[in-house]
Design a protein around this ligand. Structure first.
Ligand code: SAM
Length: 220
């Protein structure tokens, strides 16, 4: 899977892409990520990327001609035709809420692009003519789409077995088919007793049939 991220702040991702599960996913070739700065493709003087909203109002909007130039520059051809080549998802609080159903759909994709907004967001024509769908990571407003893009990438990378060092943990975690789409059961580690707070006796019993039964009964 290849994810292309368009942003004004590619440096936000420097730390993120050094994290072990992501380097694992990338080295295993299960995941490829490319970062593109809109500013590098701006057809305007001084690398301008935004402008004030028509009709007035606070802040600045990413310009449609700039995003169009970035998409054409990266994929070739007309910017409107890019979404016929690969899905172009625009990150926005107004979008479809990211959940395991949408992640399942994204995980089926071979490649897609994520457009990160900044400031007041995007000129609406970017959504109407250049993007496939808007995606939101929740009902709150972030300063930019970069954190939202990281959430999408991180959640998808966990599904690549090599990302987690070959562990099975992603197969049996909250919302996974392994747990029937339900929330994970409570987990405990040592010490078995702390300040009188006891780990459930069955988990110390070594009886795997009983442990499995307890865990199934405690799915959320
Ligand atoms: C300050 S926000 C713009 C908010 C916009 N004016 C509004 O009221 O809906 C700037 C950018 O951050 C990103 N963003 C903010 N909140 C988000 C969310 N919940 N999910 C996805 N992206 C988000 C989007 O890319 C957005 O264009």
């Amino acid at each position: 899977m290849r994810i292309d991220i368009f942003t004004l702040f590619p440096q936000w991702f420097n730390w993120f892409f050094q994290q072990r599960h992501l380097t694992n996913a990338i080295q295993s070739r299960g995941l490829a990520v490319r970062l593109f700065n809109y500013r590098d493709y701006s057809p305007l003087s001084n690398g301008q990327v935004d402008d004030t909203p028509f009709g007035g109002g606070a802040g600045m909007l990413l310009r449609v001609d700039v995003v169009c130039a970035a998409l054409s520059g990266v994929y070739g051809g007309s910017c409107e035709a890019v979404r016929e080549k690969l899905p172009v998802f625009l990150l926005s609080p107004r979008g479809r809420r990211l959940g395991s159903d949408l992640l399942d759909e994204l995980a089926q994709r071979r490649d897609f692009a994520l457009l990160c907004g900044r400031y007041e967001g995007f000129d609406q024509r970017i959504s109407d003519h250049l993007s496939t769908e808007e995606i939101s990571i929740g009902d709150y407003v972030l300063s930019g789409g970069e954190l939202a893009a990281m959430v999408v990438v991180d959640a998808l990378a966990r599904r690549i077995p090599e990302a987690l060092g070959g562990e099975n943990s992603a197969l049996f975690e909250s919302f996974s088919p392994g747990l029937g789409g339900r929330r994970e059961y409570p987990q405990y580690t040592k010490p078995a007793s702390f300040q009188g707070w006891q780990v459930p006796e069955v988990l110390l019993s070594g009886n795997h049939a009983e442990i499995g039964k307890w865990r199934r009964e405690h799915l959320g």
